[in-house]
Design a protein around this ligand. Structure first.
Ligand SMILES: [Zn+2]
Length: 454
C-alpha cells in the first residue's frame, strides 16, 4: 500500500489522500483549498493524478475543505462511487450546490469588473458539475465493513466532529490505515464522542489545534452574559454562523438558557436557508447525535426560520432586542453582511463571532478592532460591541487528541500529521514523540510514502 498527500499539508484545507493498493486507487477526501490566494490557486492547477484512473472516493465528512473539489474531479473524468455516511450524503446535497453557486457568482463578478486574465472568466465548476457529483454518492452504514474496490475495504466509525463525520479505516490484505478526518471533542453538547480506536497499522491524524487548548470558560455562561448585556442596552444581537454544526449548537445553547431563565425570552431568527435545511437533516439522523426527538423538535421550534429574501430584508427594520443567526460564519458573504451593514453602526447592538476567523475576512478585521468595514463598496462604521466565543470549536485540542490516542494498545507503525498550520502540526509531532514514543511524520505536499517499507 502507498499513500500520496495531495492536500492538507501545511494548511487546514484541501484534504485529499491517494491510497494505492495493487491495482486499486482510492482517494480519501476530495477537499477544496481555501483561504490564502497561493492555496486557492492550487484548485485551478492540473490534478496530480488522472481522475479517470481513480476507482473510488471516500469522504470523512461534508465540510467543503473535505468535499468541495469533488465536482471538478467528476468533470475531469472520475466516474466511480463516492462512499460516505448517510448524513454526509444529506449534508453534501446542500453544501456542494451552494459551493457551485459561489463559484458561478465569483466568475460573474470577475466578468462584471473585468479583473480576470481570462475572457470570459469561467467558474471553477458549475451547478451541473455538482449535481453529477451528487449522483455518485453511495452511503454506507457505520461500523460495517464495505468493499469499495478490488482488495480494498473501509469501515466508518463516528468521529464526533459534525453530523455524519467519520473516522475511516481503510484495509487491504496486508495493511490498515486509519484516517481521523476532523476529530471531534469528548464532551460536545450535541455530538457523540469520537469512537475509541485501539489499533491501526498507520494513522493519518488532523492537527488543527495541535499547539492549542480551548478556552476553559463555559460558553453557555459567556453567551448569557453577552445576550443580557445587549438586551439591557436595548440592542440586538447578530451572530454570523456556519450553517452546518455551529448554527445548531448556538440554537441549542440559546434554548437551554431560555429554559433555565438565564436570558429573557427574545425572538430568535435563523436566517440562512442552508442552516434551516441542515437543522432538518440534524433531526432526520436522530441516532447520530445526543438530542432526543423532543429536544430536536424544541431546537427547530426555538427559532423563526427565515427563507425568503424579502423576509431577510425585513429583519433589517427591527429596532428592538432580538437574536439573529445568519451565514456566512466569517461575514465574508451571505445575508449576514446586510445585517452588519444595518446594525453595525449602533453601539447598543452586538456582533458575536463563534468560530475561527481566517485572515483577510471581515470577521477577522472586526475582531481586531476595525472601526469600519467595507461592505458593497462603502465603509460601514462598526460601533456595535464585537465579541468572540472560542470554546464552541468542533475540533479536539491537543490534550483531547492525546487522550484519544491513549486508547491505542499498540502504536501505529507510523502516524502522519496533516490538516494543520506548520507550527501546530510540528508541535503535535513533538508532543506525541515525546510523550508516547511513537513514530510521527509531518508529510510534504505531493509526498508519497510506501507503507510496506516502514
Ligand atoms: Zn470539518
Amino acid at each position: 500500500m502507498k499513500i500520496t498527500f495531495l492536500g492538507a499539508t501545511g494548511t487546514v484545507t484541501g484534504s485529499k489522500y491517494l491510497v494505492t493498493s495493487n491495482n486499486s486507487r482510492i482517494l480519501v477526501d476530495c477537499g477544496l483549498f481555501q483561504g490564502l490566494k497561493q492555496l486557492r490557486l492550487k484548485n485551478w492547477g492540473k490534478f496530480p493524478v488522472d481522475p479517470a484512473t481513480i476507482d473510488a472516493v471516500v469522504l470523512t465528512h461534508a465540510h467543503i475543505d473535505h468535499t468541495g473539489y469533488l465536482p471538478l474531479l467528476v468533470r475531469n473524468g472520475f466516474s466511480g462511487k463516492v462512499f460516505c455516511s448517510n448524513a454526509t450524503r444529506d449534508l453534501c446535497e446542500i453544501l456542494l450546490p451552494d459551493s457551485a453557486h459561489l463559484q458561478e457568482e465569483e466568475a460573474r463578478y470577475a466578468n462584471m469588473r473585468g479583473f480576470s486574465k481570462h475572457h470570459p472568466a469561467l467558474p471553477l465548476y458549475t451547478m451541473e458539475d455538482a449535481e453529477r457529483a451528487l449522483e455518485l454518492l453511495t452511503p454506507v452504514d457505520f461500523e460495517q465493513e464495505t468493499q469499495i474496490a478490488e482488495g480494498v475495504s473501509i469501515r466508518l466509525s463516528l468521529s464526533g466532529h459534525i453530523l455524519g463525520a467519520s473516522l475511516v479505516l481503510l484495509k487491504d490484505a496486508d495493511t490498515s490505515i486509519l484516517f481521523s478526518g476532523d476529530l471531534g471533542r469528548p464532551n460536545d453538547p450535541l455530538m457523540l464522542p469520537p469512537a475509541i480506536v485501539r489499533q491501526a497499522d498507520y494513522l493519518v491524524l488532523e492537527s488543527t489545534y495541535g499547539d492549542r487548548l480551548h478556552d476553559p470558560e463555559d460558553p453557555e455562561i459567556k453567551l448569557a452574559d453577552i445576550i443580557n448585556r445587549t438586551y439591557q442596552r436595548g440592542g440586538l444581537l447578530v451572530v454570523p454562523v456556519f450553517a452546518v454544526g455551529r448554527a445548531q449548537e448556538l440554537l441549542y445553547f440559546i434554548q437551554q438558557l431560555k429554559a433555565k431563565r438565564m436570558i429573557p425570552d427574545l425572538p430568535v431568527y435563523l436566517n440562512s436557508p442552508m442552516a434551516v435545511d441542515a437543522t432538518e437533516i440534524f433531526m432526520r439522523h436522530a441516532d447520530k447525535h445526543k438530542l432526543s426527538g423532543e429536544q430536536c423538535r424544541a431546537l427547530a421550534n426555538s427559532a423563526r426560520m427565515v427563507n425568503s429574501v424579502e423576509e431577510s430584508r425585513s429583519l433589517n427594520e427591527i429596532r428592538h432586542p432580538v437574536i439573529i443567526l445568519s451565514a456566512s460564519g466569517m461575514a465574508s458573504g451571505g445575508r449576514v453582511v446586510h445585517h452588519i451593514k444595518a446594525f453595525g453602526p449602533d453601539p447598543r447592538n452586538t456582533i458575536l463571532f463563534a468560530g475561527y476567523q481566517a485572515a483577510g475576512t471581515r470577521g477577522a478585521a472586526m475582531l481586531n478592532g476595525a472601526d469600519s468595514v467595507k461592505i458593497h463598496g462603502e465603509y460601514v462604521p462598526i460601533n456595535a460591541e464585537v465579541d468572540f466565543i472560542s470554546n464552541l470549536s468542533a475540533h479536539a485540542d491537543y490534550s483531547e487528541i492525546m487522550d484519544w490516542l491513549s486508547h491505542f494498545t499498540l502504536p501505529p507503525r507510523q502516524t502522519f500529521l496533516t490538516h494543520g498550520e506548520p507550527v501546530a502540526a510540528d508541535a503535535l509531532r513533538h508532543r506525541i514523540e515525546e510523550r508516547m514514543g511513537w513514530n510521527v511524520k509531518v508529510p510534504e505536499y505531493l509526498e508519497t510514502v510506501d507503507l510496506q517499507d516502514q
